[in-house]
Each structure stands twice: as structure tokens, then as C-alpha cells.
Design a protein around this ligand. Sequence first.
Ligand code: ADP
Ligand code: AMP
Length: 214
Amino acid sequence: MKIIMLGAPGAGKGTQAKLIAEKFGIPHISTGDIFRANIKEGTDLGKEAKEYMDKGQLVPDELTVRILLDRVSKDDCKDGYVLDGFPRTIPQAEVLDSEVAKMGDKIDFAIDVDVPDENIIRRMGGRRACLKCGATYHIEHVPPKKEGICDTCGSELVLRDDDKPETVKNRLEVYHKQTQPLIDHYSRLNILRTVDGTQDVKVVFDNIVKLLEA
Ligand code: ADP
Ligand code: AMP
């Protein structure tokens, strides 16, 4: 099964993508996590991506598409994947659609996790991320078992540089301008499914599973 997660930054795409990946035994691929891992390792790719990410802008399509296509060509993606944070622009979606079609395949679902901007702004300041394994927590709504420590891999949790309020505002603007048009794009292809992302993590997940198994 090939799934795309859509939604504003902070809507819960990563949280749900991880649960979907576990349930269906497919890899969870987050372009943001790939960029952050490169920033941590100090690679050239990381240095380039950081310039854009710190301002709340999108990393250029050409670079992002290359990274994503390289990742989905790996063996573990043969039976599907859940993409979190890609595509984020119409050109990215067009490349993905055509690359998947070349392999005689298709994207099965694009799931839009719908959360209004007011809730997003409140959520982001409380997000804590593990830069090692990509797990995400929230200090109130989704706390780790031990404060500041990742349940999954034991690493330290951090507030992402791009989760500061000024950057979040930019990211929301970028989302509305460049990413929201993808909702129409996938609606026209009849694979769009929308869930109310303001509910509890578990309720959102149950609703997604119902849509995927319908
Ligand atoms: P995205 O991947 O869309 O940027 P995340 O999955 O990282 O979003 O979620 C953003 C923040 O909101 C995190 O701190 C996460 O723990 C929290 N969160 C995710 N889903 C919910 C939810 N349904 N209710 C409350 N908080 C949530
Ligand atoms: P995320 O972890 O998905 O919130 O992404 C964090 C940041 O990484 C974004 O604000 C962008 O700067 C960059 N990024 C992640 N995915 C993409 C993408 N598909 N296209 C362009 N930039 C991206």
C-alpha cells in the first residue's frame, strides 16, 4: 500500500504515519527526518537544507525530489510506504505520480489530516522531537514516559529550531500557498481521504484505519 500524508505542519502527519507504518508493516518515510539527520551529521545536503528550513521555507524541489526518489527505490519500499511531508508542491506530486506510474503502480491514498491554524500554533511550542529515530512527542498531549527522553531509543528530546513561533507562522503561510493545492490535486484523482486531526491521537488513527480498510 502506498500512502501520502497531507496536512499543515504540526497537524499530526508524523504521529499517524508512524502508527500506519507499524500496523501495515511498511516504511515511514519523512523528508523532514532525512534532512534533520543530514543536518545532525553535518553533510553538504544538511547544510543546504538547513538554510531553507530555519526560515520556514521549503527546500527546493529538485533536491527534495532526488532524495525522495532515491529513498523509495530501496528494497524495503517494494510493498509500499507511507510518505510524511512529501509531496509538498504540485511539481513534487507530478514527479511522484509519474515515477510510480512508470513502475506500473499507483498511490493508493492521500490522507489529509485536517487541523485549523489556531490549534497548530498551540501544538507546535509543545512538540518535542527525537532527532535520532524521528519519534515525536507533545509535552501535554503525547508525553514521553520519562521527561525529555525518547521512549523508543532513549535519546534526548529537543524543541526543533523551526518550531519557534515566528518560523511556525512562515511555515503555515508556505503550507497554504504551496502545499494546500495538493488537496485538490489528489481529490481529482479520487484518492483523497480527510480525517479530523483535532481529535485524540488514537481516535484519529482508528478513523484512518477505517478509511484504509474500507
Ligand atoms: P506533523 O508531522 O504533521 O508536523 P506531528 O505528528 O509531529 O505533526 O505532530 C505535531 C505535534 O502535535 C507533536 O507534538 C505531536 O505529539 C502532537 N500531536 C499529534 N497528533 C495530535 C493529536 N491528535 N492531538 C494532540 N496533539 C497531537
Ligand atoms: P517536516 O519535518 O515535514 O515538518 O519538515 C521540516 C522542513 O523540512 C520543512 O519546513 C521544509 O523546510 C523541509 N521539507 C521537508 N519536506 C519537504 C518537501 N517535501 N519539500 C520541501 N521542503 C521540505
